[in-house]
Ligand binder design. Structure first.
Ligand SMILES: C[S@@+](CC[C@H](N)C(=O)[O-])C[C@H]1O[C@@H](n2cnc3c(N)ncnc32)[C@H](O)[C@@H]1O
Length: 223
């Protein structure tokens, strides 16, 4: 099995295996970086672009969809993990659908269209993103925006070059399945978004209030 396909399979199964633990971690607000910085940073980023209809891409248990709905947006959340979509659907606010990125690319799942904003909050983990980014562009109105929040490459140790890594969830409690993910430098993120048909308008790098270290990289792009 080629490395990429193997990692992509393990990535999908990690989100099936970890659905309950993940949902519990998010809902108990136990992830410090999220509580302190990155949750409000992604909300502010979405708030800074115009448009009512939002597609929450890789929505997980749905907290962001619900928070954006509370801010008056009309939100659809999609995720490949059926269990996470089930957990998301148990709470009101937004519409949730089970769909993988491959389903969106191939068009086998109808996830709606005419979106003003696509938001990907820590949900882009594969080596190739351009087919998904192009497909998302097609689902958007003219002048749509894409908001991506991802781990800031500065806070990851190791070589500053793109490649597969593994998250073992060691800072979490419970028994998690490891998740392969593709590390990108800032330059590689810019390259990927441009190749996917998006024009980057703004880059934000929110920092930890105490250490001053960057916690996330936020890219805001226009169609
Ligand atoms: C770290 S969680 C983030 C969830 C949510 N965006 C949040 O901020 O809490 C990553 C999510 O991306 C989803 N995901 C990863 N790869 C996917 C794919 N190929 N298709 C659909 N969803 C995917 C996972 O199922 C998981 O729910």
């Amino acid at each position: 099995v080629p490395l990429n396909n193997h990692n992509i399979d393990r990535l999908a199964s990690a989100w099936r295996d970890n659905a309950e633990l993940w949902s519990e971690a998010v809902r108990s607000d136990s992830i410090e970086s999220r509580r302190l910085v990155t949750n409000s940073a992604v909300l502010e980023a979405v708030r800074s672009v115009r448009g009512e209809r939002v597609l929450d891409v890789g929505c997980g248990e749905g907290w962001l969809s619900r928070a954006l709905a509370e801010m008056g947006r009309d939100v659809t959340g999609i995720d490949a993990s059926e269990r996470l979509i089930e957990l998301a659907s148990q709470q009101a606010g937004a519409s949730f659908l089970t769909a993988s990125y491959d389903d969106i690319i191939s068009g086998v799942r109808n996830v709606g269209s005419g979106y003003d904003i696509m938001v990907c909050n820590y949900s882009l983990f594969t080596d190739s993103l351009k087919p998904l980014l192009r497909a998302l562009r097609e689902l958007g109105v003219a002048g749509a925006h894409l908001v991506v929040q991802t781990i800031h490459p500065m806070i990851e140790g190791g070589r500053y070059e793109e490649g597969w890594r593994e998250e073992r969830f060691e800072s979490f409690t419970g028994s998690w399945s490891p998740m392969p993910w593709y590390f990108r430098t800032v330059g590689a993120w810019v390259h990927e978004l441009r190749g996917g048909g998006w024009r980057i308008e703004e880059v934000r790098e929110p920092v930890h209030p105490a250490t001053g270290q960057p916690l996330s990289l936020i890219l805001i792009a226009g169609a």
